[in-house]
Design a protein around this ligand. Structure first.
Ligand code: COS
Length: 384
């Protein structure tokens, strides 16, 4: 399927691979210590158009198809996952609600700035008491004259500390909730009553920050409801459709990491063979490597097939969940196996395997846990 991509896109993909190897890989370990991506790298990502991969050309983005976009994620996640995470919300959950359901005016105001990397976009759904059960959120939005007044606390919001614009999901009708009682808002940094907490200290993705976001009588202009007043109560669907694509992207990230881990293992195995391993030991390691190859091949087919389905206008709700579960669990298995191959070397914080092992574990949680994906898959199978 990759061979069906245009020559122009292939050139772009190679440019990104080169950027990853020359610019991102060398800073990967330092980022783990500094817990921050250098500003210079963020600027380079802006110049490459990486904040607007999925935003259509008419709104200033690169207008890539889904399959092209996920291929770029595969490339970028061949190194420290924080880089993809830095651009991920602007390309995905932070901006797609505006693109899918926003008014023309909202698209023209926000998308070009997001695509240029001038304004980072974030997505605020999760709360301390509502992570997996998204319909159970308690952040409320009440219309008072020409403003919505938002109250509540969001948790684990990726890129909140750098975001200029948030897609915020809040309850507008307590009785209806997921069925007509949840709405999506565009909240800008600086609107009165919005504050950002300190960054969470996580086991992985250290250079990508998640923070608490607090709304205390936060005043949001009436026109900042996504899609305008006729979309009041439609925000749950906006959030869910945004997550469909997000889950596919998570699959691509896990696949990119798994591919890199396998390549590092190949290098290591070749060295071990040179060092003179016994025949039986070589065979055992070769079987592990073969299993990595099989799983990565299967994951790639699932991912590309689902991306292509989306590009042809198909509904991918169940398939995106399948891809997310398969790719993220596969990447964790491969990272574990890589530690067996690298032995103590793989446990050193100076080794890329150690970073990737921690990073891929988080993919099984971000944008819906494996358990949530299985609920979605089973519901869809039972519906058929
Ligand atoms: N796209 C569009 N609409 C969707 C949808 C989708 N993927 N999934 C559900 N909806 C719609 C349904 O069609 C339904 O509307 P109608 O009654 O008009 O048909 C409405 O939304 C409610 O759907 P559902 O009954 O499935 O809601 P639930 O409360 O049961 O939702 C799940 C359950 C598990 C799907 C939801 O809570 C979820 O995805 N949770 C995980 C959240 C998450 O991923 N968090 C990660 C952090 S955010 S980065």
């Amino acid at each position: 399927m990759a061979s069906a991509m245009s020559e122009e896109f292939e050139k772009f993909r190679l440019k990104i691979r080169n950027f990853v190897e020359k610019e991102l890989d060398p800073v990967s370990i330092k980022i783990e210590q500094d817990t921050k991506i250098p500003d210079k790298i963020v600027d380079q990502m802006r110049q490459l158009g990486l904040f607007g991969l999925s935003i259509p050309k008419e709104y200033g983005g690169l207008g890539l198809s889904t399959i092209e976009e996920i291929t770029i994620y595969e490339e970028i996640t061949r190194t420290n996952a924080c880089h993809r995470s830095r651009i991920g919300t602007s390309n995905g959950i932070g901006s797609m609600g505006i693109l899918y359901d926003g008014t023309e005016e909202q698209k023209r105001k926000y998308l070009p700035r997001i695509a240029a990397g001038e304004w980072t976009a974030a997505f605020a759904l999760t709360e301390p008491d509502a992570g997996s059960d998204a319909a159970n959120i308690s952040t409320s939005a009440v219309l008072k004259d020409d403003h919505w007044v938002l109250n509540g606390t969001k948790q684990f919001i990726t890129n909140a500390d750098t975001a200029r614009v948030f897609t915020v999901i809040a309850v507008t009708d307590e009785q209806k909730r997921a069925r007509g009682g949840v709405s999506a808002f565009i909240v800008e940094q600086g609107m009165p009553g919005l504050s950002i907490g300190s960054a969470d200290l996580k086991m992985g993705l250290k250079g990508s920050h998640t923070n608490e976001v607090v709304f205390k009588d936060c005043q949001v202009p009436k026109e900042n409801i996504i899609g305008g007043m006729e979309k009041v109560g439609e925000g749950f669907k906006t959030a869910m459709s945004v997550l469909d694509k997000g889950r596919l992207s998570m699959g691509a990230c896990a696949l990119g990491a798994a591919q890199k881990i396998m390549e590092l293992c190949i290098e290591k195995i070749k060295n071990k063979i040179i060092e003179g391993l016994q025949k039986k030991e070589i065979q055992a390691i070769q079987f592990d490597l073969a299993d990595m190859g099989i799983q990565i091949y299967a994951a790639r087919q699932m991912l590309y097939n689902t991306a292509s389905l989306r590009d042809h206008g198909g509904n991918i709700t169940a398939e995106a969940s399948m891809v997310k579960v398969f790719c993220t669990e596969m990447a964790s298995r491969i990272a574990e196996k890589a530690i067996d191959i690298f032995e103590m070397d793989g446990c050193l914080t100076s080794n890329q395997i150690e970073i990737l092992l921690r990073d891929v574990r988080l993919y099984r949680i971000y944008e819906g846990t494996s358990e949530i994906q299985r609920i979605i898959i089973a519901r869809n199978l039972l519906k058929k």
